[in-house]
Ligand binder design. Structure first.
Ligand code: 5RP
Length: 218
């Protein structure tokens, strides 16, 4: 079964978490695109959505969903997004699409974070996928040196400017056996806006699609 098919299965399963007339948070990426298409095809009406990226906002508007400002909505019921990796504790690496900062903000505002993945994203310990770190442009080299000090191998994702006007460094070979401690250590580096570890606030539900069906991991 193709990975795209599995992404669509996970996206369909996520519809169950969308309450009628609610305000939802929506992430970024190809699994989220499948979710937005599934939402459009379903009869589910939502009051509006808080979006995690300009790309997602555009897609939401195309299907007639109002994009709302988080400053006006307050906390939201559910945040629906994909991930690059997840571990048995529902901790994640995100940011493959470069939208990690807004994704983390919307996830933090949500009572329930539902993460849609296909089984290729399942790992025992996070870290095979290089960890995205969003940085203020003037701090790029400084942050890269600090990342080397933490044991990582930083690689600037050249050509990418985030929706917030910043840069992304992908960090290889970081030891993420204790992802909460690493998430905090990365947050402490001046010039780091956000990092792609979602360990302090993990997903509440992971919907993991495999050829045999969608597993709900709580
Ligand atoms: C974007 C993300 C995505 O959720 C992550 O990269 C997974 O993407 P996809 O659904 O395309 O596999 O964090 O910043």
């Amino acid at each position: 079964m193709s990975q795209d098919r599995l992404k669509r299965d996970a996206a369909h399963a996520a519809l169950e978490w969308v309450e009628h007339d609610s305000i939802i948070g929506v992430g970024t990426g190809s699994t989220v695109e499948a979710f937005i298409s599934a939402l459009a095809e379903s009869r589910r009406q939502v009051e509006g959505a808080v979006s995690s990226s300009e790309a997602t906002s555009k897609r939401l508007r195309e299907i007639g969903i109002r994009v709302l400002d988080l400053n006006h909505t307050g906390d939201i019921d559910v945040y629906i997004d994909g991930a690059d990796e997840f571990d048995p504790h529902r901790r994640l690496i995100k940011g493959g699409g470069g939208a990690l900062t807004r994704e983390k903000i919307v996830a933090e505002a949500a009572r329930t974070f539902v993460c849609m993945v296909d089984e290729s994203k399942r790992v025992g310990v996070l870290g095979a996928f290089p960890l995205p770190v969003e940085v203020i442009p003037m701090a790029r080299s400084l942050v890269a040196r600090k990342l080397v000090g933490l044991g990582g191998r930083p690689e600037w994702r050249e050509g990418l400017t985030t929706d917030n006007g910043n840069l992304v460094i992908d960090v290889h070979q970081l030891d993420l056996v204790d992802p909460v401690t690493m998430e905090r250590a990365l947050n402490d580096i001046p010039g780091v806006v956000c990092n792609g570890l979602f360990a302090i606030r993990p997903a509440n539900i992971v919907l993991c699609a495999a050829p045999g069906g969608v597993d709900t991991i709580r």
